[in-house]
Design a protein around this ligand. Structure first.
Ligand code: ZN
Ligand code: ZN
Length: 585
């Protein structure tokens, strides 16, 4: 409240003194916009304290978001006030970077309105209520002395009953799949939290009174979680909502989440074409490789069977479970050497990537991911988290290693590390805008990593071996089919059997992987389209730049310029890059 008042006065003052349009006043005007952005971010953390904690802003570590009607009204008020404030800024006087930031803030606010007023997953998705992840994060990340973190956790635990009471009031006709997920995740999350907290308490130097206090808060919190779980289990849910979003909500969410210049229907058509193209390329390569791996055996008539047989054979070429992490570690410098040697993009040597075993609280989603320092900890380490296969049964490990065979493991490293996510994040952290680091666009981030895979192969990574290209196409096909799957399931009523057919027969996936994807598409929406949409937009932009620049087009310069804007939506970067090119002409 206090904030918004002083804020309003400033806006009025700002408008009053910004009439003449000389460069000096524009500089001043942009400084004022920078101040506005900082205030916006401060207000945002007050409203989203749990997100603040996870991004490394620790002023509100003791506060849990209680999602009741008051809270939602606060968000709506925040959105409306800030949308009004943004209108008060004359965008023609803003610098290019600030213009983008203004667009990004606007989209974020509209998205929060949409989530509360139209999407309403706070009503139908009971798995949205689960504080265990946030609390586990506080226990495992060493940003403050353990005692402080435990005290803040205890303060949050005290609010757990109110947190789940709000949830119980909100839930209406939930989707049965999300209901089930909520039961599983709350059960699992809090059991593991209770165990970790017990260990941490033993390690801490808190007094015995304090320890007893924390233990009793944990006990009360557990009771509230149990109560929520039995509420969910006993819910009469005869009119449960479908997990399918439906075209109307899907279209709106796609526009706000992906921020593409294409509609989801256009992306669907484009992905269908890409699938066809990939199948043709793969058939040619598989035919070419057949004699090498199958000798004189007759070539299968059905091309999908032919491709699938060659892929299965190539997939046997994989590392041993115990060599998984060390192989990844060895590959990073090789990728860096290739990127630098081929003049693809400048790599900042002062921000090395550390490969580590995935921390316990991330485990479960085996595979690989990047953890980068947030805007509040720019000098922190960037980690490549690699899931360990220790303790896996032989069959599961074998199937996983075939998936990440010697070919696709390289593509995975390109995607996650160099020149994919890790390289992009280093550039993003160097871009001066906190808005883009906080409200980064997922389709741009994933699109860049997917684009990097193709770009490396185009430039000769893997020596143009047909095996490498075939496996790359299979990998790219996954991205393409994820998009088709997501759109088909949420807007076209695609059935489980149709989905499994698409993934196993047309995208050559194993049954277990396909079933996992079916589960993911039931529980999430839109996100699965981000990879292909971003990829397509970046490829299209590159073609546009080539057309305009002709002989002057330089791939390295294109990449560096593209990434210099930070994690902004591709359509905003495109507008800026094309405008700059027109000016240079
Ligand atoms: Zn094997
Ligand atoms: Zn990715």
């Amino acid at each position: 409240m206090k904030h918004s008042l002083s804020f309003l006065i400033l806006i009025i003052l700002m408008n009053a003194c910004s009439t003449p349009s000389t460069t000096d006043t524009n500089t001043e005007f942009n400084k004022q916009f920078d101040d506005y952005k900082n205030r916006f971010v401060e207000q945002m953390w007050e409203i989203y304290p749990m997100w603040a904690t996870e991004i490394g802003y620790h002023r509100y570590d003791s506060i849990l978001e209680i999602n009741n009607a008051d809270y939602r009204n606060r968000i709506l008020k925040f959105a409306k006030e800030n949308l009004d404030s943004l209108q008060g800024f004359d965008s023609t006087k803003l610098s290019d970077l600030n213009k983008m930031d203004a667009e990004i803030i606007k989209n974020f606010l509209q998205k929060s309105q949409f989530n509360i007023e139209e999407l309403k997953s706070w009503q139908w998705d009971p798995s949205g209520y689960n504080a265990s992840g946030n609390l586990s994060y506080m226990l495992s990340e060493n940003y403050e002395p353990l005692n402080n973190r435990i005290i803040n956790i205890a303060k949050k635990l005290e609010q757990i009953p109110a947190y789940y009471n709000a949830a119980k009031e909100n839930i209406q006709n939930p989707s049965p799949e999300h209901l089930q997920l909520a039961i599983e995740q709350n059960t699992g999350g809090f059991e593991s939290l209770e165990a970790t907290l017990k260990d941490s308490l033993a390690q801490s130097t808190l007094s015995s009174d304090e320890k007893a206090m924390v233990e009793s808060q944990m006990k009360n919190a557990m009771a509230a979680v149990q109560d929520y779980i039995s509420f969910l289990k006993n819910l009469k849910n005869e009119n449960g909502r479908s997990f399918r979003l439906g075209s109307d909500l899907y279209g709106k969410k796609f526009n706000l989440e992906i921020e593409s210049r294409y509609t989801y229907e256009q992306i669907y058509d484009s992905a269908m074409q890409r699938k066809k193209y990939l199948h043709t390329q793969m058939a040619t390569l598989a035919t070419q490789l057949w004699p090498k791996y199958f000798g004189n055996t007759t070539i299968p008539e059905d091309t999908l069977t032919l491709i699938s047989k060659v892929i299965d054979t190539l997939s046997m070429n994989h590392v041993k479970p115990e060599d998984f992490q060390s192989t990844i570690e060895k590959q990073i410098p090789e990728l860096e050497k290739f990127v630098t040697g081929h003049n693809l993009i400048y790599l900042d040597p002062s921000k090395p990537l550390k490969v580590r075993k995935e921390p316990a609280y991330m485990a479960g989603v085996a595979g690989a991911s990047i953890s980068a320092p947030g805007p509040y900890d720019k000098n922190g380490n960037t980690y490549y988290n690699v899931g360990s296969l220790a303790g896996w049964d032989a069959q599961r490990a074998e199937s996983y290693l075939r998936e990440y065979n010697n070919y696709t493991l390289q593509i995975l490293n390109i995607h996650e590390a160099v020149p994919g996510h890790y390289t992009q994040l280093v550039y993003s952290n160097n871009s001066p805008s906190i808005i883009k680091s906080l409200l980064g666009n997922g389709a741009m981030i994933e699109g860049w990593a997917v684009y990097g895979e193709l770009m490396m192969l185009e430039n000769g990574y893997g020596n143009n071996e047909p095996e490498m290209w075939l496996m790359y196409y299979k990998w790219n096909l996954r991205t393409v089919c994820n998009t088709l799957l997501d759109i088909s399931v949420h807007t076209r009523n695609m059935s489980h059997d149709e989905a499994l057919h698409l993934l196993t027969k047309e995208a050559f996936q194993q049954n277990a992987e396909a079933e996992g994807k079916w589960r993911r598409v039931m529980l999430t929406n839109v996100q699965l389209t981000s990879y292909y949409t971003g990829f397509k937009e970046i490829c299209d932009l590159r073609e546009e730049c080539k057309k305009i620049q002709g002989d002057k087009f330089n791939l390295k310069a294109f990449h560096e310029k593209f990434l210099s804007y930070g994690s902004a939506p591709v359509k905003l970067i495109r507008a800026q890059m094309l405008a700059d090119l027109q000016q240079q002409k």
